[in-house]
Design a protein around this ligand. Structure first.
Ligand code: COA
Ligand code: NAP
Length: 270
């Protein structure tokens, strides 16, 4: 359980923080005493997430927005600063995914994922910068092994997340002198998440995913939240520009083998 860190008095913003891994991260920070803001497209998901996060007893605000719209993202950070003060921790995790072979992805399908994952990450980081605590802010981009391992049926996600990790590295270089740390966390296959429901929709595909991880188990949302708490804590105060897999060793190659297995399953060869 992710709770041995104290973020009392800290202001945390989670873009895409209304479900799955990102909501789990928001819960971990709220549980650790932080004031939390979450943002995503669906007003219903935003309302439900805010209500759930308030159960930890702290202040929580939600924003219904699309990270593809820069002005809306900028407005949310402006409002956050007006309400809670400067932002100490920013998690950027909004993303879209569907499994499809390159020839089954339309130009608009490819663009949609790039616009959400890559442009969205740029929008979130760029718009947040004026409102960050300087020095001291910690930024975490939620990446994926597809950023550095080619994976069949994931050309759009591989391209977008590779860009996300480069945003992490360049921002760490440019914003380090202002005392802002920037890192990526790379989740492995995380149990009971939308990402895994899409990538491994059948029991057979789910078993393929488990078999492809060196530790032979799927990860948990708390595994990822714990890494974010650590990165944002004083214990990681000299860590910046890092691409940190939290994946049971999946990024040593298993993610690619899952892609191959899924391609065979989906094309009926297995
Ligand atoms: N296979 C191939 N193409 C697909 C697809 C699939 N399974 N699902 C969507 N697309 C295509 C659509 O056909 C459309 O292209 P077209 O206009 O040429 O037909 C394009 O993607 C955009 O679809 P749309 O539904 O209009 O986009 P959106 O902006 O509303 O949603 C998605 C973006 C497609 C990424 C959607 O799946 C989403 O909102 N995902 C968020 C949740 C998620 O993916 N969670 C897991 C995170 S890892
Ligand atoms: P998820 O539950 O679908 O989370 C995605 C979140 O982003 C949702 O809150 C969604 O809410 C929001 N979102 C999507 N498009 C958006 C947009 N255009 N603007 C604003 N918000 C948007 O999926 P998940 O599986 O937990 O994935 C979370 C993150 O982990 C993603 O970055 C993903 O790439 C990464 N990851 C996941 C896994 C895994 O095993 N699940 C593995 C590796 C990496 P709305 O629908 O309301 O917009």
């Amino acid at each position: 359980m992710a709770s041995s860190f104290d973020f009392t008095g800290k202001n945390v913003f989670v873009a895409g923080g209304t479900s799955g891994i990102n909501l789990g991260i928001a819960h971990a920070f709220a549980r650790a005493g932080a004031t939390v803001s979450v943002a995503s497209r669906s007003p219903e998901k935003v309302t439900a997430a805010v209500e759930a996060l308030q159960a930890h007893g702290g202040k929580v605000v939600g924003h219904a927005l699309d990270v593809r719209e820069y002005a809306a993202v900028e407005q949310a950070f402006k409002a956050t600063q007006a309400t809670f003060g400067s932002i100490d921790v920013l998690i950027s995790g909004a993303a879209g995914n569907f499994p499809a072979p390159a020839l089954g992805i339309s130009p608009n399908g490819f663009k949609s994922v790039v616009d959400i994952d890559l442009m969205g990450t740029f929008h979130v980081l760029r718009a947040a910068f004026p409102y960050l605590t300087k020095p001291g802010a910690c930024l975490v981009n939620i990446s994926a092994p597809q950023a550095f391992l080619p994976m069949e049926f994931q050309m759009h996600v591989c391209a977008a997340k590779a860009g996300v990790d480069m945003i992490t590295r360049v921002a760490a270089l440019e914003w380090g002198p202002a005392g802002v740390r920037v890192n990526s966390v790379v989740p492995g296959p995380i149990d009971n998440t939308e990402g895994m429901r899409r990538l491994a929709p059948t029991p057979a595909a789910n078993q393929l995913a488990i078999d492809s991880v060196p530790l032979k188990t799927l990860g948990t949302v708390d595994n990822i939240a714990d890494a974010c708490l650590w990165l944002a804590s004083p214990m990681a105060s000299y860590v910046s520009g890092v691409i940190l897999p939290v994946d049971g060793g999946w990024s040593l190659g298993g993610a690619s083998s899952l892609g191959r297995g899924l391609a065979e399953l989906m094309s009926g060869k297995k």
